[in-house]
Ligand binder design. Structure first.
Ligand code: B1M
Length: 209
């Protein structure tokens, strides 16, 4: 089994075959991070095919399912830290947005960096972020993910609500997702933006240092 096979199985959405394929590739000595990169590349191909009307939402969905299964196998090889020692973080994908693979990878890396993460899931209303912080005032960072240009306003609304909260000075806000840029993050008043999961974990550590 090769890394190319793993990439191919994600592209074709072969969820039933992916677990064994990822395990075999790991057993052959391929690094978990390289296998993950191959799966992310596959999702980019899937996204391009969708954009070009070669595939449709159901195909994107089955590829996402295959990727999630593959990531499950990789998880113990990627996450290494002592969960909880760095403090608490709240994470969610903003209102109207159902994409969670990137958010889940960010959570995995952030847990690995030692944080305890409260995962609010997808399509998270602004009020839920606020309420969860107020129930967990020892939270150090709130992280918001947005994958659609159409949900960038929801990200801006979420950060605006956090910025208006009386406890704003006690928590840091981190944002990310494919359409998000440093410029946009600055404009909406977030404390940090990172383009990928590994840099998100590094930034989280720096934010609480
Ligand atoms: Co969607 N989708 N999708 N989709 N989908 C995209 C995002 C798209 C780019 C495809 C395309 O057209 N090329 C496009 C958005 C275009 C745009 O906004 N400009 C798109 C569209 C249009 C849609 C729908 C509107 C399609 C429709 O219904 N007509 C629809 C919207 C549904 C909704 O959310 N309301 C839709 C639906 C779906 C599925 C449900 C079928 C499925 C998601 C399943 C799931 O997540 N459980 C899906 C998928 C799979 C994709 C693609 C193919 C893959 C997304 C992904 O998982 N990438 C995607 C194309 C693409 O991304 N190339 C696409 C891999 C993942 C590891 O990367 O999520 O970027 P990513 O996360 C990265 C970084 O962004 C960053 O770190 C992560 C790891 O390195 N990051 C953070 C993310 N969050 C962060 C937070 C941080 C820091 C970093 O700090 C807090």
């Amino acid at each position: 089994m090769s890394i190319q096979n793993v990439n191919d199985l994600v592209t074709r959405g072969k969820a039933k075959l992916i677990t064994a394929a990822v395990q075999e590739t790991l057993d052959e000595g391929v690094a978990a991070t390289d296998i993950l990169s191959a799966m992310i590349d596959a999702m980019d191909v899937v996204g391009e095919k969708f954009k070009n009307n070669e595939i449709f939402v159901p195909e994107m969905l089955i590829s996402a399912k295959a990727m999630k299964k593959g990531v499950e196998v990789l998880k113990p090889h990627l996450a290494t830290g002592a969960v909880g020692s760095m403090g608490k973080m709240i994470m969610g994908t903003v209102a109207g947005d159902l994409h969670d693979i990137g958010k889940n990878l960010v959570i995995m890396m952030i847990e690995s960096a030692g944080f305890e993460v409260i995962d609010l899931g997808v399509d998270v209303p602004v009020e839920k972020f606020i309420q969860t912080y107020e129930e967990n005032p020892d939270t150090k960072i709130i992280g918001c993910s947005a994958l659609l240009t159409t949900t960038m306003p929801a990200l801006a609304d979420t950060v605006a609500a956090i910025n208006a909260a009386p406890w704003r000075g006690k928590v840091k806000v981190m944002v990310g997702g494919a359409p998000i840029t440093q410029e946009f993050a600055d404009k909406i008043g977030a404390d940090a933006y990172t383009p990928d999961a590994a840099s998100a974990a590094k930034a989280a550590k720096e934010l609480v240092a």
